[in-house]
Design a protein around this ligand. Structure first.
Ligand code: UDP
Ligand code: MG
Length: 332
């Protein structure tokens, strides 16, 4: 018989067979030492390695604390966390990466901050241990986010974070399928704060993110939390229209003074190409919004859970749910 947990730790897992054992060895002693009832929810996000078996092993060892959600395929880190959120029972919910880049030993610090009265506590990585290009991309993300969205936080990419249960419930209720969890949480928070956390190089395995995926994530953040990119085009459009008017007047005056000529045709080409570039970018940005609107209105499930490993008295054990149970709430 399990007591209701106070702390829920949610961990997305995608091809992490090489680190999961170390994670287990380090995470559970930290949580045990805190002396509060807890649960750890792992979401296996379509791993193609042995992660699934390893997680099953954890469940067999600590069935009272471990719950494993198995996706039918890869839906991305944020959806994996959302699936965990939909099932958490704790008052304080922690998210962290599986690869031990976040230190489990920092969890008590985050819990303390929530207990002090903050509803969202974000970690920010001091002395970040990542490749140079990643750090650079992160800096650029954080900079753009600061100016384009009104979301205020120190380090949007750090997933070692803590939330009060109410915030998690609001995030679930949003039902968004391409969201960015840290920003979503801050948008609901009444009293958010940031704390410094340590950061380590990846224990083993490879990062799931390349530059392309990171840029895609960036669009998720901007389109979900700001209209600035699309509104910017109104101003660019106005500026271009004004510039064209001046060019037109200039060309007319030239024609009146010197008669028709073909001089400057390449300059005109350059201008036309530049404008085409601006137009295409504008269409692309519109597409980013429209694509997401389309995703939301067609009401497909955000993710499909193949099964869940958990104690019988929590829910139905090993629920086989290729059914609708995990549909986007809006779809129901
Ligand atoms: N992850 C996931 N689904 C994905 C990509 C990543 O669940 O499609 C998990 C991954 O297993 C890890 C966390 O998200 O626990 C962060 O991923 P990763 O370490 O690859 O990202 P990075 O630290 O390079 O930003
Ligand atoms: Mg990592």
């Amino acid at each position: 018989m399990s007591v209701s947990p106070y702390i829920s730790v949610v961990i997305p897992v995608h091809n992490e067979e090489d680190v999961l054992d170390d994670l287990y060895q380090r995470l559970f002693p930290v949580l045990d030492k805190m002396n509060k009832p807890f649960e750890v929810l792992f979401t296996n996000d379509g791993s193609r390695d042995r992660s699934s078996e390893i997680l099953k092993g954890f469940f067999n060892e600590r069935p009272n604390e471990v719950r494993v959600i198995e996706f039918n395929r890869n839906y991305g880190q944020h959806m994996a966390i959302m699936a965990g959120f939909e099932r958490v029972r704790g008052e304080i919910v922690i998210t962290m990466d599986a690869d031990l880049q976040n230190l489990p030993e920092d969890i008590p610090k985050l819990v303390d901050k929530v207990e002090e009265g903050h509803d969202v506590v974000g970690g920010y990585r001091v002395d970040r241990q990542d490749r140079l290009w990643r750090k650079f991309v992160s800096k650029a993300h954080n900079f753009l986010r600061k100016y384009i969205t009104k979301i205020d936080m120190q380090d949007e990419g750090c997933m070692l974070r803590a939330y009060r249960r109410e915030i998690v419930e609001l995030m679930i209720a949003s039902g968004e399928s391409s969201t960015f969890i840290p920003a979503l949480a801050v948008s609901y928070a009444a009293n958010p704060t940031d704390v410094p956390v340590r950061h380590a190089a990846r224990e083993a395995g490879e990062s799931s993110y390349n530059l392309y995926k990171l840029i895609r994530y960036n669009f998720d953040l901007f389109t979900n939390f700001s209209l600035v990119p699309i509104q910017m085009f109104t101003f660019i459009g106005l500026a271009v229209a004004f510039g064209s008017l001046i060019l037109f007047v200039y060309l007319m005056v030239q024609r009146l003074l010197h008669g028709p000529d073909v001089d400057g045709i390449f300059t005109l080409f350059a201008i036309v190409f530049f404008l085409m570039g601006v137009l295409l970018t504008g269409m692309g940005i519109m597409g980013e919004y429209i694509g997401r609107i389309f995703q939301e209105v067609r009401r497909r499930p955000r993710f499909v859970i193949r099964h869940v490993l958990e104690q019988k008295d929590i829910n139905t054990s090993i629920t086989d749910s290729s059914s609708n149970s995990n549909f986007n709430p809006k779809a129901e």
